[in-house]
Design a protein around this ligand. Structure first.
Ligand code: SF4
Ligand code: SF4
Length: 331
């Protein structure tokens, strides 16, 4: 067993993964934990935190490794990670994302940016930045970004044995998903080599982003009386853009018959309708556009449309105007 390259005052090497549901962060943490603890003989722990278990909701996964003679007496979230993994570029504006990252932290980001561009985007004071276009790899290999990011974690950690991770990728996919093993191993191998890494000294460009525990906003002094909804939900605040994993539906308006099948299939009410004259000149409800703010890219609408009016496209190839307009007239 290789000695851990660095540990905190309690003897742990700690990893925090920041993601949203659908990218496989929970599984990546499980595979990493099993590879280190069962496969390599470290002591440690792995757990995740998430709300409702669905695509688009925030997910954090935590992994700790320590020497076999160190007791694991801590079960709180990782606040000052040695490796911080960010699963989607669209999360980079999330408040507190970089919380606790310092000079000993390697920040791994799923992005096509260079480490210099990424450092400026996240305003990192110092530390290592690793960038990897995991989405591109995942689309090409028909897998998910998690195994590509595991490849970058293994390669940059200096101690996590890639063979141990591969073994637990195979074990976790098992017989049920045996057909996914080969593409995921290939995705992992590509993640091991297709990244760029750069270390940044504290050059005074950006301030530190220390871990800060947000205090409890509501207590016995200011708790509203029961049954009162003081902050009603509003779909305007619900932006699911971040949860699209590389694919997006495109509405080709000229082919649409406004049959409504997509509307009853979509779990997030993304389709907007207007009352106007339809193709036969009769007043009717006509499908106007997709509101991409609410679309999480599940592509159920594409499957259901019988008229090929909805097609799936790699989102980075889709014209920004189509995303703004919510449709295209081109076939
Ligand atoms: S299912 Fe297809 S044809 Fe029907 S309304 Fe939706 S996009 Fe139009
Ligand atoms: S992909 Fe289609 S069904 Fe899924 S959320 Fe987006 S619009 Fe709705």
């Amino acid at each position: 067993m290789t000695q851990l390259p660095i540990t905190n005052e309690r003897g742990f090497f700690e990893i925090r993964m920041e993601s949203v549901g659908g990218f496989g962060a929970n599984l990546a943490g499980k595979i990493l934990g099993e590879a280190g603890i069962l496969g390599m003989g470290y002591n440690g722990s792995n757990f995740s935190s998430y709300g409702s278990e669905k695509k688009g909701s925030p997910v954090k996964s935590f992994v700790r490794f320590c020497a076999p003679n160190v007791n694991v007496r801590v079960n709180s979230p990782v606040t000052e990670p040695h490796i911080l993994v960010i699963f989607a570029e669209s999360m980079l504006d999330t408040p507190g994302l970089l919380s606790g990252a310092g000079k000993d932290t390697t920040v791994i980001i799923n992005t096509a940016m260079t480490p210099d561009q990424a450092r400026d985007r996240i305003k990192l004071q110092c530390g290592s930045v690793v960038t990897l276009d995991a989405m591109k790899i995942a689309i090409e290999e028909k897998t998910r970004v998690n195994t590509a990011l595991l490849g970058a974690i293994s390669a940059t950690s200096g101690f996590i044995d890639p063979e141990a991770i591969k073994l637990y990728i195979k074990k976790n996919l098992g017989k049920k998903y045996a057909f996914l093993i080969e593409p995921n191993l290939k995705t992992f191998d590509r993640g091991m080599v297709e990244f760029s890494k750069k270390f940044f000294d504290d050059d005074g460009k950006y301030p530190a982003q220390p871990f800060r525990r947000e205090g409890q906003k509501i207590g016995y002094m200011n708790q509203p009386i029961g049954g009162v909804i003081v902050n009603p939900g509003n779909s305007i605040h619900k932006d699911l853009t971040v949860s699209r994993s590389g694919w997006a539906p495109v509405l080709i308006k000229s082919k649409c018959t406004s049959c409504g099948e997509c509307d009853i299939t979509c779990p997030d009410y993304c389709f907007e309708w207007v009352r106007e004259k339809n193709k036969k000149g009769k007043e009717a409800q006509v499908l106007a556009r997709i509101d991409y703010k609410h679309c999480k890219g599940c592509l159920r609408c594409v499957e259901i449309c019988k008229f090929d009016a909805l097609v799936s496209r790699v989102e980075s190839d889709v014209d920004k105007k189509i995303i703004e307009d919510g449709f295209t007239e081109l076939t």
